[in-house]
Write a new protein. Structure first.
Length: 370
């Protein structure tokens, strides 16, 4: 290390970013983490996350260190150990993307001098920098709210954004090298005997209890509609790879059988060694279809084509929980305004099948001209 580099490192702030809820929420923090890490001088970025999302935090290229939050129900000795870790961390600032009273109080007691969070509810009283966002209106995507907080922190720390004026960092927010993607595609293709000239589509029918979703029968109808449209236009139909979260394996297995009996090329995803292995494996695909779940947002960070199904309730709309891939690589569907907010059966699956087939035609065209 040169003297100049060492001096720059010494000036770089040490930042703690908190997003300690579910997988999808954490994945939608990656654009904000990218913005922070691209600032000049680049801060040292640590995150406070639950053990569940820690494997993804360790894969994130924008994170330097991971601190585990034992959770509100953890024993007092675990809470004291967390407080001691934060006090010893030498943090310049703390950015809480979604705060609770517990986290706000923890930050205050840790002695971190600059503490920033959205100006919402009682928790804001523990912060000395508050950003008014009015997230309850759901007027913007969650990841944009997070980016705005990151940009406010960059400004508060006196850093340069490292980006052209008025521009956010661009997708992909999980930028895997081409050889890494190729390795995942090769491994999946060999395991299942897939034809590399056809689109590979992950279909995730479960929701992990985090969101209302289409029924397995609706997903089966959607897949058949997509296959039919591609066949009618003389296009290669996709290979369907069914994924499942813990406890949802039987649903995926049954859907594989249904699709296979309907003449589709359907497979169960090979077993993965935990969340990180599962997330990396998605890089093999061309598209990911699911409800508004964590895996959908992993796919978004990888910049896959995403096809998401959402309720129309204001706090859960496609706009609020939009995936953070390129705009031309995301599709989202929800019940019409004259239907009940959570009536997923009211979603027009013919429209969804047509739009998805159109995206997969572009995949076929790209493969045929590559």
């Amino acid at each position: 290390m040169t003297a100049t580099t060492a001096s720059a490192d010494a000036r770089a702030p040490r930042l703690l970013v908190v997003r300690n809820d579910k997988l999808g929420d954490f994945m939608l923090a990656w654009p904000a983490l990218a913005a922070l890490k691209k600032a000049k001088p680049a801060p040292h970025v640590s995150v406070l996350v639950p053990a569940y999302t820690a494997p993804m935090a360790r894969l994130c290229p924008w994170i330097d260190d991971v601190v585990i939050d034992p959770g509100e129900q953890a024993p007092k000795d675990a809470q004291r150990a967390l407080l001691a870790t934060l006090r010893q961390g030498g943090f310049t600032a703390m950015l809480t993307l979604y705060s609770t009273t517990r986290i706000g109080w923890l930050g205050l007691r840790s002695g971190i001098p600059l503490r920033m969070a959205p100006a919402t509810k009682w928790a804001q009283l523990f912060y000395n920098r508050r950003v008014t966002q009015r997230r309850s209106r759901s007027a913007k995507p969650e990841y944009i709210y997070n980016l705005e907080l990151a940009e406010a922190m960059i400004q508060a720390l006196g850093l340069s954004s490292g980006q052209p004026s008025q521009q956010h960092p661009a997708p992909p927010y999980w930028p895997l090298a081409p050889q890494q993607r190729d390795a995942q595609r090769s491994a999946l293709g060999q395991a299942l005997g897939l034809d590399d000239t056809r689109p590979w589509v992950f279909l995730h029918p479960g929701s992990g209890g985090s969101a209302v979703n289409l029924t397995p029968e609706a997903y089966a109808g959607l897949a058949q509609g997509i296959d039919r449209r591609l066949a009618e236009s003389g296009e290669r139909p996709p290979h369907w790879i069914l994924t499942a979260g813990p406890g949802e394996e039987a649903v995926a297995e049954a859907l594989v059988k249904t699709l296979d009996e309907a003449g589709l090329s359907a497979y169960r995803q090979p077993a993965c060694a935990g969340l990180a292995d599962f997330a990396r494996s998605l890089a093999a695909g061309d598209a990911f279809i699911a409800g508004s779940t964590g895996p959908l947002h992993v796919a978004g960070c990888l910049n896959l084509i995403t096809v998401g199904f959402y309720p129309s309730h204001r706090s859960a709309t496609p706009l609020r929980w939009q995936t953070c891939n390129d705009a031309d690589r995301r599709l989202a569907f929800h019940p019409p305004t004259d239907a009940a907010h959570q009536d997923m059966s009211a979603i027009d699956l013919e429209e969804a099948a047509a739009a998805t087939a159109a995206r997969l035609r572009k995949v076929n065209h790209h493969r045929s001209t590559a």
